[in-house]
Write a protein that binds this ligand. Sequence first.
Ligand code: ADP
Length: 449
Amino acid sequence: MYNRILIANRGEIALRIVRACKEMGIESVAVYSTADRDSAHVRYADQAYCIGPPKSVDSYLRIEHIIGAAEVSGAEAIHPGYGFLAENAHFNEVVRSSNFDFIGPTPQAMQQLGDKNTARAVAIRAKVPVVPGSDGLLVDEEHAIAAAKEIGYPVLIKATAGGGGKGMRVALNEQSIRTAFQQAQTEAQAAFGNGGVYLEKFVDKPRHVEVQVIADLHGNVCHLYERDCSVQRRHQKLIEESPSPLLSQKTRTAICEAAARLVAEADYQNAGTVEFIVDQQDNFYFIEVNARIQVEHPVTEMVTGIDLIQSQIRVAAGEPLPFKQSDIQLRGAAMECRINAEDPSKNFQPCPGHIQKMFVPGGLGVRFDSHAQAGYTVPPYYDSMIGKLIVYKPTREEAIACMIRGLEELRVEGIATTAAFQIQVLKHPAFIAGTVDTKWVERELLAPS
Ligand code: ADP
């Protein structure tokens, strides 16, 4: 096992990894920008290195600064967290060629699954259902029109390098496909430096269901069941839960086994998430793989009792998974709310600033993963998430009641947060019934009346 790990990240996930290291008797090394000098991940780590000024391009994305800090600190492995360089195959390669272990998949698996079009091909090989779509990337408009004709409208044009919903356009008919194709290509080129786009059938009112997987270096692959992340605003998840409220046992088994097959096909190692959309008839279709730990990993930890960050570290160090698929049980119901420093009354505009007072909820089944506290200033340079409220109860009904209570108890004075909006969602009959789809928030709660 490692003696020392460098964490190439900030905020709550960096602190989460520091905590896992401490419990395993591993020293942790933080890196930070000057804007994060007083942040909790720096304070609780055993060593800390400043890697640059506030802007992430000058600090958290500076590979050579991170490698330099790792060398000076004597770390043996690097954990990338999520965001920043976590899914950058080049960073992954540089880490490994500088003689550090990368706590995540190989660069080859990352590359293959990071590109949606090649990931789709892997899914097809693994006999995992994909959304009916074009055979590979679209060459030009005529190709797009021909493919759409075969599949049937409406269709979705998607960027192969996509992320965060960028480079994605719906086309309702032949007329709109020309514009959609151009727009998606231009947006993808600008955002990812890769204008490759492909086409999928647009699935009406889908739910977002994803499966957590973990694989070791010895060929063992396990899934840790699913998370439902259908409560989204503009493709940004707001509430995640496990188990998914409406999935039949048959579909649950099928979707989880499909995810495990897909990662086995890709020779994937370490933790990852296979994302699907599920239509109104319970058909599921693969959409993408996240080759890293995800923000919402705690809900899976709560229902399975497995520490995912510790598992990632053990697997990277070469240990075999300490469990078999049949040992993993899904028990109870867990839910997470992302607490963002955003103002729902101003179109979710980010509102960084100084937190004057803060009170964090507690009680049975309540977990709060956060680097924020009273006196902390949320910097304007990074994403606006200041913490995650996670609850775990025997039933979904109790989890909802506990989450509402927890959100009501949470006090963050000085900045606006999303908490009150989340209470509104949790109290809504459609959410309670478990029937919300990925556009429900925008359609039912935010559409101008
Ligand atoms: P990104 O990586 O840009 O976030 P994804 O492929 O993960 O893109 O898709 C993001 C979201 O877009 C999904 O959660 C789902 O809500 C919606 N989506 C993706 N593909 C389809 C589709 N074929 N039909 C309908 N909605 C889709």
